[in-house]
Design a protein around this ligand. Structure first.
Ligand code: FAD
Length: 275
């Protein structure tokens, strides 16, 4: 199918983009287009105006320091995956990004775009939520920071207002002596996962984040649970559902198996880093 007609604007500055969004309630931001363009073509989205942010300078930065990794709105998945500094400061980014789609999609798709697209089957919203990250957004009213816990309000729905642009996302650094791990099962490598799990072990605290299980990115606390029981304990806090890709029973089994694997792997990372 072809998209419904829309107007197109490629502003050269952020204020120009924000003014255009504020003046048109049905406008949408276009970043990498890897989710939005298919939605347009299937007529599941029909914005009156596309505000293409790709001409705005200074939005593609990847900055890693002791506090964490900050990604600009135009940092492509592929560039984040290739950044040795980002990998060193927060290894969970690369672990998860290696599973995001295929190389051609990662070359164009942006990590911030994926985060605000709020797909419960996507890897990076779960990573941001598990790590306690945040998104910096701008509008004609000014800027604000949205913590990941306040970002996801429903399936494919974030708490950004229609005229806000996410200018960057911040992922906290891996604390010294902490460990992370990520695993997912997909029919083919690069497909959306049937179930994916990320784990963070930091001191006594053990948490795991889930994609393609609930209808929003979901994190559960597994502190104090023996590793061999983490899968069952996680399942008590989740609601795997049937869809055309997998049954609820199969998803529940994936939750059990993957949770134990990633919690064990994150513990192993802690042991390796302390020897
Ligand atoms: P766009 O498509 O440009 O935009 C997506 C949505 O976010 C739109 O509503 C847009 O208005 C909004 N938006 C984007 N950027 C901003 C911003 N800075 N501020 C405000 N709103 C913004 N993703 C995965 O996570 N895992 C996968 O396994 C996976 N597989 C894929 C397979 C295929 C075949 C395809 C086509 C895509 C797949 N994707 C997958 C999606 C891909 O990761 C996209 O890149 C990502 O979802 C959106 O990023 P984008 O920059 O392309 O955003």
């Amino acid at each position: 199918m072809k998209p419904a007609p829309f107007a197109y604007l490629r502003p050269g500055s952020l204020p120009e983009a924000l003014a255009a969004l504020a003046g048109e309630p049905d406008a949408k931001v276009l970043a990498g287009g890897q989710s939005l363009v298919p939605l347009l073509s299937m007529r599941l989205a029909a914005p009156s105006l596309l505000v293409d942010i790709n001409g705005i300078p200074g939005l593609a930065d990847i900055d890693a320091d002791a506090s964490g990794v900050r990604l600009g709105a135009l940092a492509r998945h592929a560039d984040v995956l290739a950044s040795a500094e980002a990998r060193r400061v927060q290894p969970l980014l690369a672990m998860a990004l290696a599973n995001v789609a295929h190389a051609t999609i990662r070359n164009r798709g942006t990590t911030v775009g994926s985060i605000v697209h709020a797909d419960a089957a996507a890897e990076m919203p779960v990573v941001l939520t598990l790590l306690g990250g945040s998104v910096e957004v701008a509008s004609v009213r000014g800027t604000r920071t949205i913590h990941a816990d306040d970002l996801y309000v429903g399936p494919l729905e974030s708490s950004l207002a229609h005229d806000e642009v996410a200018v960057s996302a911040h992922f906290p650094a891996l604390p010294a002596g902490a460990g992370v791990a990520f695993e997912e099962i997909a029919r083919r490598h690069g497909d959306y996962a049937l179930c994916g799990v990320a784990a963070l072990v930091d001191g006594d605290t053990v948490r795991a984040g889930y994609l393609s299980v609930n209808d929003v990115p979901t994190v559960v606390d597994l502190t104090g649970v023996p590793i061999s029981e983490t899968g069952a304990a996680a399942l008590e806090q989740l609601e795997p559902a049937d869809d055309i890709h997998a049954t609820a029973a199969y998803r529940a089994q994936l939750v059990r198996v993957l949770t134990e694997r990633v919690v064990r792997a994150a513990h192993d990372m802690v042991s390796t880093s302390s020897t």
